[in-house]
Design a protein around this ligand. Structure first.
Ligand code: PLP
Length: 394
């Protein structure tokens, strides 16, 4: 065997996003024991950082030792027991995944299906909650498979009004658009490190309300997933009464998450949100100048995930292959019903910069030209520049 040397890529797909050199060097710091007092201090700092980032001062916040999907699985498996009713909004791939998991937990699953690209419709969720006494309402705040943003505040309020606990997928939203757990009064919110937090994949920050904690400790039967059973996990992460062994925390991965939180607070959370919005507007201006259209209505677009409609006659996969080969640029493909129909361009975390916008527009126009679709790269980049200037002047 030989050492693996990855190529240098520019990551503008649906995740992972570019990881800054600061985070990469934090990952390479010396490994210490997970019960070492110094490591326990790091854990406390991460818990406090997550609570601040999500504005969840009254929630239990911990990073789960696995990627975003683990947060989803933990939320579903801890809150749902066989026979419980779960209302699940499905407006893309990740809502569909939640519904699958809820079925595996033995719940009676009521899905509220939407066209892909649409936000979750609160009126239809309300109707579903009125029709059945649900234990849980689950939905995705930022649907990465389509680029649509849903109204988390309204949906969490509906859950509460109908006596249901809310589960909110914030994997792609956290760090890129506002996530305000206290204002939403959300019950379980989970995220991932590899999208707008720009740390490597492998950890899933999660926040649990007091109501959610009470529901979990009052379960009729044990959680069927041992690693993510909060009743066990919280005695490891909880801090009071000393920690005991539960699993071995992914120590170096946590150094990386910690550094990404330090960087985010240095920049300022609001500044990071404004940066995502600004580069998104520039990218859209450039794409439109190049003659391309976005899938999602402007009112519901996510800045960090841009679903671009593949023009008639253009080979979607050939364009992705072109930008990867010539520009070391990764952009994403469509999933499910959108396969072959869209590209997904991420502007997440460290990948949300004007430089990334210019590079992506230039590379994309070149790839489109190779496909016989005339797109003026100079005009696209000029439109993006003009948008960036307008934002600075505003
Ligand atoms: C990426 C993503 C997930 C899953 O996260 P992984 O880190 O890939 O496991 C879940 N939900 C949404 C909305 C995502 O974008």
């Amino acid at each position: 065997m030989q050492s693996f040397q990855p190529p240098r890529r520019i990551l503008m797909g649906p995740g992972p996003s570019d990881v800054s050199p600061r985070v990469l060097s934090a990952l390479a710091r010396p490994t210490i024991g997970h019960l070492d007092p110094e490591f326990q201090a790091l854990m406390e700092d991460i818990k406090a950082g997550l609570a601040r980032l999500m504005n969840a001062p009254d929630h239990a916040c911990v990073p789960l030792p696995a990627p975003g999907t683990a947060g989803m699985e933990a939320a579903i498996m801890n809150l749902l027991e066989p026979g419980d009713v779960a209302v699940i909004a499905v407006n893309g791939a990740f809502g569909g995944r939640m519904a699958d998991m809820a079925g595996r937990a033995g719940a009676e699953v009521v899905t509220v299906d939407h066209a892909w690209g649409e936000p979750v419709d609160p009126a239809r969720i309300e109707a579903a909650l009125k029709a059945r006494q649900a234990k849980v309402l689950a939905f995705v705040h930022a649907e990465t498979s389509t680029g649509a943003r849903s109204d988390a505040q309204t949906l969490c309020a509906l859950a509460r009004a109908h006596g249901a606990l809310s589960i909110v997928d914030c994997v792609t939203s956290l760090g890129g658009i506002a996530v305000d757990v206290a204002a939403w009064d959300a019950d379980v919110v989970y995220s991932g490190t590899q999208k707008c937090l720009s740390a490597p994949p492998g950890l899933s920050p999660i926040a649990l309300s007091k109501r959610a904690q009470a529901a979990i400790s009052g379960r009729r039967e044990k959680v069927r997933n041992w690693l993510c059973d909060f009743n066990l996990l919280m005695s490891y992460w909880g801090g009071e009464g000393g920690r005991t062994y539960h699993h071995t925390a992914p120590i170096n991965a946590l150094y990386g998450l910690h550094e990404s939180l330090v960087m985010l607070f240095e920049e300022g959370q609001q500044a990071a949100i404004v940066r995502h919005a600004r580069v998104h507007e520039a990218l859209v201006a450039g794409l439109e100048a190049a003659g391309l259209k976005l899938l999602v209505d402007p009112a519901h677009r996510l800045p960090q995930l841009n679903a671009v409609v593949v023009p008639e006659g253009v080979d979607e996969a050939a364009v992705r292959a072109h930008v990867l080969q010539r520009w070391d640029l990764e952009i994403g493909a469509g999933l499910g019903p959108l396969k072959g129909k869209i590209w997904r361009i991420g502007l997440m975390g460290a990948s949300a910069t004007p430089w990334h916008v210019r590079l992506c527009l230039t590379a994309l126009c070149e790839a489109l030209a190779a496909q016989g679709f005339t797109a003026d790269a100079a005009a696209a980049v000029a439109a993006a520049e003009a948008s960036l200037e307008r934002r600075l002047a505003a």
